[in-house]
Design a protein around this ligand. Structure first.
Ligand code: ADP
Ligand code: MG
Length: 262
């Protein structure tokens, strides 16, 4: 097959064709991802769902250029990714991908500000540019008054906001979140998902891995994986979050969210 014929045009941020990942464990081969074809357009907000072991994290790691496929093709922002070496993948990751993880993955001894600045250090920005951009990003996620706090001095929801600010600092083509609310209580989960909703409203493309239908309900499209294959892929109207219906009447909007602006 001539893969060049599949190279995306226009506003397709992610395109995979025949994306496959096998793990070889001694005599056994685990087919973690089989022949996955997907297109994700700019400003889509997509949930990846599926039972444990269905390949969600494997898919995310390939999309995020943290791992390389066994076979198949992948374009990120129109650039072919398959066949790139580790250094090239690290460069692509830093420019085009923002990650948010269940466990926040912040540097424990560094302030919120320093955590958010980190990707800019790798990108070679000057100290003044780093500080100014990191401050602006922390303001945007509602942590303007917590910049000097270390992770241990922040709540779980605030830590995840720092992680979101860090993920966005390089203006990535896509925000990838693997179970971003997995360690948060339901109220805090709603706040983080409302933040994602605001970012999506501002044009951000978002891919979120979750096993919770309540989280998928914030998105516009749900892709279901089963045994490493896409078993369904449906666009839908969000039923939760800023764009959707409220699950309960006593829900209070987080202070400082975009919806407070008249
Ligand atoms: P999910 O995130 O949906 O729970 P994963 O992508 O983690 O699923 O795993 C998909 C399959 O690949 C599972 O059968 C899992 O055991 C296997 N797998 C994942 N990572 C590895 C690895 N590093 N080595 C061997 N097998 C793996
Ligand atoms: Mg997983």
């Amino acid at each position: 097959m001539n893969w060049d014929d599949h190279a995306p045009a226009g506003d397709i941020v992610i395109r995979t064709r025949g994306l496959t990942k096998d793990y070889v464990l001694g005599a056994e081969t685990v087919h973690a991802l089989r022949d996955v074809d997907i297109d994700i357009e700019r400003n889509e907000y997509v949930a990846i769902m599926g039972p444990s072991g269905s390949g969600k994290s494997t898919f995310m790691n390939l999309i995020g250029c943290l791992d390389t496929p066994t076979a198949g093709e992948y374009w990120l922002n129109g650039e072919p990714v398959a066949g790139k070496d580790d250094d090239q993948l690290a460069h692509i990751r830093n420019r085009l991908i923002g990650f948010v993880f269940q466990t926040f993955n912040l540097l424990p001894r560094a302030s919120a500000l320093h955590n958010v600045e980190l990707p800019l250090i790798y990108a070679g920005e000057s100290a003044s540019v780093r500080r100014e951009r990191a401050e602006r990003m922390l303001d945007k996620v509602g942590l303007g008054d917590r910049m000097d706090h270390r992770p241990a001095e922040l709540s779980g929801g605030q830590r995840q906001r720092v992680a979101v600010a860090r993920a966005l600092i390089n203006e990535p083509a896509i925000l990838l979140a693997d179970e971003p609310t997995g360690n948060l209580d339901s109220r805090t989960s709603e706040e983080i998902m409302d933040l994602f909703g605001e970012l999506h409203g501002g044009g951000q493309t978002i891919l979120v891995v979750t096993h919770e239908p309540d989280i998928a309900a914030y998105t516009h499209r749900t892709v279901l994986l089963r045994d490493g294959m896409i078993s369904s892929d449906e666009r839908h109207t969000p039923t939760r979050g800023l764009a959707g219906a409220r699950p309960s009447s006593d829900y209070q909007r987080p202070v400082g969210s975009a919806a407070d602006v008249p």
